[in-house]
Design a protein around this ligand. Structure first.
Ligand code: FES
Length: 147
């Protein structure tokens, strides 16, 4: 395999790379500045990681834990992001039984070229809790605007 082939494969991977961010701090109980037990976000993260072991998109989506996505009063919170796609932030997810719906929604996000997740196509649990829909960065605009 040549270096050029390696670079091409790496570029393909990055272009197809998707992230599912999960806030592990959501739904925490605090006492004297210390977290008591496991947070709701940690429970959701563990369930997602467990379900994803048998998920056919496990090599396409990286499940990434994050400390906070600034939607703390809407826990639990997850986000979908990928190059050239909309970024979505969802909240109000129950810690115990949302993981299947999150992965189902991730599948739809992956399937749409621009990541669009119309209300009618989203799983029931993710129909109400949408907190943000952020446009993708347009490479064409950047290259014509930045001199
Ligand atoms: S604690 Fe989860 S978004 Fe801030």
């Amino acid at each position: 395999m040549t270096a050029a082939t390696n670079i091409s494969r790496t570029t393909d991977f990055v272009d197809d790379y998707h992230s599912l961010f999960v806030c592990k701090t959501c739904a925490s109980m605090w006492q004297d500045g210390k977290r008591l037990g496991e947070s709701g976000g940690q429970k959701l993260l563990q369930q997602l990681q467990h379900l994803a072991q048998d998920w056919d998109l496990r090599n396409k989506f990286l499940i990434e834990e994050v400390e906070c996505m600034s939607a703390c009063n809407r826990s639990c919170v997850v986000a979908f992001a990928a190059k050239g796609k909309l970024t979505y932030l969802f909240g109000d997810l129950a810690a115990e039984d949302s993981a299947s719906a999150v992965l189902e929604c991730a599948r739809k996000y992956y399937a749409h070229q621009d990541g669009l997740l119309p209300w009618s196509e989203r799983p029931e649990l993710l129909k109400k809790g949408i907190l943000a829909k952020i446009p993708s960065i347009s490479v064409e605009k950047v290259s014509t605007t930045v001199i």
